[in-house]
Design a protein around this ligand. Structure first.
Ligand SMILES: [Zn+2]
Length: 65
């Protein structure tokens, strides 16, 4: 065993790696979604959330001094 999830069922049906979305728990099977561990919709939400957090917590604070 190599640990790879992709393979074939006994009847030859190809199987693919599937993971659950980190955000909503839906099963993801598309390569891009599996890579992100996020579905397309949740990835958009995540990006929006990251942008909001970046605005609320700036890396640099401007000082008057
Ligand atoms: Zn999701």
């Amino acid at each position: 065993m190599t640990g790879l999830v992709e393979g074939q069922l006994e009847d030859g049906t190809p199987t693919r790696l599937a993971v659950q979305c980190r955000r909503c728990g839906n099963w993801l099977v598309s390569a891009a979604s599996v890579d992100r561990r996020l579905g397309p919709t949740c990835a958009r939400h995540g990006m929006t959330q990251a942008r909001i957090e970046a605005e609320h917590y700036p890396l640099f604070e401007v000082s008057d001094a």
